[in-house]
Design a protein around this ligand. Structure first.
Ligand SMILES: NC(=O)c1ccc[n+]([C@@H]2O[C@H](COP(=O)([O-])OP(=O)(O)OC[C@H]3O[C@@H](n4cnc5c(N)ncnc54)[C@H](O)[C@@H]3O)[C@@H](O)[C@H]2O)c1
Length: 409
C-alpha cells in the first residue's frame, strides 16, 4: 500500500511516522510504504523523508507541492497532517485523484467544507477516516465499555469537567479574515488565523473532548457557551475564535447533562477534575493533575464508585474490558498488542482500505463531532443555547459564515 504524507510538521513527524514503525515492529501493516512526502516548507518534508529512510529503509520522494505529488506518484492513500483549514482542500484533491484519505482532527473548519469532503469521498468510493487518537487509548476504551457495555454507571446522568491551568495569557492575536478576500497564503502561525484554524482551543484540542464525550455519553442535543480571552488588557471579544477560557453546558439526547469548563488564561490557583455520574455510580478521572482533564480523558488512572460504595480502579476496568473481548475484537482494538493511539488509528484506516469496512471514525462521525465546537462558537456569538441538529444541516451558521466565504467548495 503506497502512502503519501501531506504536511510534515509536528504531528506527522512526532507521532504518525513513529506510529507506522510501531505497527511494523508488531508485525502489522508491513505492506504499507511511505512512498512520498509533501510539505510547503521543504525542510519539513526533507526531515520526514530522512526519518523514513532511516527507519523504513527506503527514502520517500519529496515534494513541496502536494498537487505535483498526486500527479507524479502512483499512490493508494494519503495521510493529511495539514493545518485544519486545508484538510478539506487536500482531501478533495486526493479523492479526485482516486485515493483513500485519513486526515487529522478536527476534521475540517466548517460544516460546509466538511460536507464537501464527505461528498467527494462518496463520489470517489474511497475510505475517509478521521484520526482522533484519544478514544483509542486503553483507559478511554475501558471507560466507554464500563458505561455503555457493562453499564456499571447505570443510566448516564451528568458529568462535571473543569481544568484551570493558570499561566501567562496565551490568547491568540487572531487576524480578522477579510470578507470576500482571496485565499491567503499560509502563515507560520496558522493557528492564529480563524480561516485556517476554525477557532482556537475549543475546536483544536477541544475536538478531542468532543469526540470522547460522544463515545462515553452519547449524542449531544444542545450546548450553551460563554467564551472569553482573558489577558493583561482585559477580556477580548468572545466570538472570534481566540478564547482561552470556556464555560460550556451540554444537554444530551438521552437527557444527560454536562459541564465543561476550562481556562489557560487566568492567574492564581489552578484546579482540575473530571467525574461522570450515572444512576448507579460515578467514574472519576484520577490523572487530571498530570494531563489536560478537558482534552485527554482517562489517560492516567481512574476510579469507579458504585452506589453501594464499591471501588473499581481504571486498571481493573481495563482488565475486565480486555477479558470481555474475543481475540478478533482484541486484535481490532489493539492490533498486535499495540496501545499507541496513533498507531491504532492508522491501522484502522489500513484495515478499512483492505477489507472495505467502514473505519471506526468516518466522515459522518467527523461532521457530528465538528458540529459540537461549532455550536459552542455559535452559542458564544449569539448568546443563545444552540441545538446541534440545525448546525449539522446548516440551518444555523452565523459563526461559520465568515470562514466559509474563504473556502469556495
Ligand atoms: N491528534 C493530535 O493529538 C494532534 C496533535 C497536534 C496536531 N494535530 C493536527 O495535525 C494537523 C497539523 O498540526 P501540526 O501541529 O502538525 O501543525 P504544524 O504547523 O506543525 O504542521 C503543519 C505542516 O503543514 C505544512 N503546510 C502548510 N500548508 C501547506 C500546504 N499548502 N502544502 C503542504 N504543506 C503545507 C506546514 O509547512 C507544516 O509543516 C492539525 O490539523 C492538527 O489539528 C493533531
Amino acid at each position: 500500500m503506497k502512502l503519501g504524507l501531506i504536511g510534515c510538521g509536528g504531528i506527522a513527524r512526532n507521532r504518525h511516522l513513529p506510529a507506522l514503525e510501531r505497527l511494523q515492529s508488531a508485525n502489522r501493516d508491513r505492506d504499507v510504504e511511505i512512498t512520498a512526502v509533501a510539505d510547503a516548507v521543504l525542510v519539513n518534508a526533507e526531515i520526514a523523508a530522512d526519518w523514513a529512510a532511516e527507519h523504513f529503509g527506503q527514502r520517500p520522494r519529496v515534494f513541496i507541492d502536494y498537487h505535483q505529488m498526486l500527479n507524479d506518484v502512483s499512490l493508494d492513500a494519503v495521510d493529511i497532517c495539514l493545518p485544519h483549514g486545508l484538510h478539506h482542500v487536500a482531501g478533495i484533491d486526493a479523492f479526485r485523484a482516486g485515493l483513500h484519505v485519513v486526515l487529522e482532527k478536527p476534521f475540517t473548519v466548517t460544516m460546509k467544507t466538511g460536507q464537501a469532503l464527505v461528498a467527494a469521498s462518496k463520489t470517489a468510493h474511497k475510505v475517509l477516516a478521521l484520526a482522533v487518537p484519544m478514544r483509542r487509548l486503553p483507559g478511554q476504551r475501558a471507560a466507554a465499555w464500563a458505561i455503555n457495555q457493562a453499564r456499571l454507571l447505570g443510566t448516564p446522568w451528568a458529568f462535571f469537567c473543569h481544568d484551570v491551568r493558570p499561566r501567562p495569557a496565551t490568547q491568540r492575536p487572531s487576524a480578522s479574515p477579510t470578507p470576500g478576500g482571496e485565499r491567503r497564503p499560509i502563515r507560520e502561525n496558522w493557528r492564529a488565523d480563524r480561516v485556517m484554524s476554525g477557532g482556537a482551543m475549543v475546536v483544536d484540542s477541544g475536538f478531542h473532548f468532543m469526540d470522547s464525550i460522544r463515545m462515553l455519553f452519547g449524542e449531544v442535543d444542545q450546548v450553551y457557551a460563554e467564551l472569553r480571552g482573558f489577558g493583561p488588557d482585559g477580556a477580548v471579544s468572545v466570538h472570534e475564535g481566540r478564547e482561552n477560557t470556556a464555560i460550556v453546558t451540554f444537554t444530551f439526547e438521552n437527557g444527560a447533562i454536562g459541564s465543561w469548563t476550562w481556562s489557560a488564561g487566568l492567574v492564581g490557583q489552578g484546579a482540575a477534575s473530571l467525574v461522570l455520574y450515572g444512576s448507579e455510580g460515578s467514574l472519576e478521572d484520577t490523572g487530571t493533575h498530570s494531563q489536560y482533564a478537558v482534552y485527554h480523558l482517562f489517560m492516567n488512572g481512574g476510579e469507579l464508585t458504585t452506589r453501594s460504595g464499591e471501588k473499581i480502579s481504571l486498571d481493573e476496568l481495563k482488565e475486565r474490558h480486555l477479558a470481555s473481548l474475543s481475540e478478533a475484537e482484541k486484535e481490532n482494538l489493539f492490533p498486535g498488542g499495540v496501545t499507541d493511539e496513533f498507531a491504532i488509528e492508522l491501522h484502522d484506516f489500513f484495515e478499512a482500505i483492505r477489507s472495505g469496512r467502514r473505519p471506526e471514525v468516518d466522515g459522518e462521525d467527523g461532521l457530528r463531532t465538528l458540529a459540537l465546537p461549532l455550536a459552542v462558537y455559535e452559542s458564544a456569538y449569539t448568546k443563545q443555547a444552540v441545538k446541534i441538529a440545525p448546525i449539522l444541516n446548516r440551518e444555523t451558521h452565523v459563526y461559520q459564515d465568515i470562514i466559509d466565504m474563504h473556502w469556495p467548495v
